[in-house]
Ligand binder design. Structure first.
Ligand code: RI2
Length: 309
């Protein structure tokens, strides 16, 4: 698979989920590097640069994508031959994919500790990181039940219900507007992340902020599961997270509304740090106010002011 193909898969949402699309981007750059059979270092650099642009523009919100691309191209400027660059990018991409899979497992183990025997767990959208924790809790022998929100308009809640059912976890599906009504019965909310900002805010699937608000009001712990590559170094330099807005066709059919009525379809929202109890990462369970330190540890100072991460 070349970078262009990977970018198309991501933009069309054939591949989705913040971590999965990051791995797909890394795989695309690896493919781009390995497909080049020439000896012209600058020609390969140009191909990779083009691929990098296509990938990071494929979806604007999940920083995991930008971070994966940066990881795959780490030290690319130091390569002195096309062959060296090819091996470097391929090795970096493989290392990212391996690291991200290991992170998912660790998050599962740590996140499971936040889920107690007998808990009713609510989750929103379809996050592999959140599911890793929920399934690990079930595998530890805890008697848990899950409420999965439908997550309009793409209805990723159906994927969550299928994933949990397949893993043997009892699960029920609810429509998004049933969240407040069901919250009094819920013991813990576990969600994933597309991006974590330096102030500890969570950017995740639209509706997450409403779930968090309802959990806060009902005094239900709200747990976020996020690999460290979902933390955004660019937010340290004050950059705001760009919230993707998708087309009206995902919400209404043609002719359902009078002409001139506009449909808004923001697909992510921001949950403030004060509604988050903890963030489960592969380097430990942290309070949201520690997001800045995670960014410094993982990305270093030099990333803060780069224009494309
Ligand atoms: P994992 C998804 O975005 C959801 O917002 C989900 O919570 C988040 O990515 C993290 O997913 P989308 O691609 O990386 O469905 O934990 O728009 O799988």
């Amino acid at each position: 698979m070349r970078a262009k193909e990977a970018a198309e898969d991501i933009a069309s949402m054939r591949v989705r989920g913040a971590a999965e699309l990051a791995r797909h981007a890394a795989e695309g750059l690896r493919g781009e590097a390995l497909a080049y059979e020439g000896h012209d270092l600058n020609a390969l650099r140009a191909l990779l640069d083009d691929g990098r642009h296509q990938l990071i523009q494929a979806r604007p919100t999940a920083v995991s994508l930008t971070n994966a691309v940066a990881y795959a191209l780490k030290d690319a400027d130091k390569a002195t031959s096309a062959q060296e660059l090819r091996l470097l990018v391929s090795g970096n991409a493989e290392a990212f994919i391996k690291r991200s899979r290991e992170a998912l497992k660790t998050i599962g183990q740590l996140g499971a500790n936040r889920i107690r025997d007998g808990d009713l767990v609510m989750t929103h959208c379809n996050s592999k990181a959140a599911l890793s924790a929920i399934i690990a809790a079930h595998e530890q022998g805890k008697d848990i039940h899950v409420l999965a929100t439908e997550s309009r308009p793409w209805r990723q809640g159906l994927l969550t219900a299928k994933d949990l059912h397949q893993a043997g976890v009892p699960v029920e599906l609810i429509i998004d507007s049933a969240v407040r009504s069901m919250m009094n019965k819920v013991d813990v909310v576990v969600v994933g992340a597309d991006t974590i900002a330096s102030n500890g805010a969570l950017i995740n699937k639209i509706g997450t902020a409403q779930v968090a608000l309802a959990a806060h009001e009902a005094r239900v712990p709200f747990v976020v599961c996020a690999e460290t590559f979902k933390f955004s170094p660019r937010t340290v330099s004050g950059e705001l997270v760009n919230i993707e807005e998708r087309g009206a066709a995902e919400i209404v059919k043609e002719g359902e509304l009078p002409p001139g009525v506009r449909v808004r379809n923001p697909v992510f929202d921001a949950t403030p740090a004060e509604y988050i109890d903890c963030i489960v990462t592969e380097i430990g369970v942290i309070p949201p106010c520690a997001a800045y330190e995670v960014i410094i540890r993982e990305f270093g100072q030099e990333k803060f002011f780069s224009s494309e991460g």
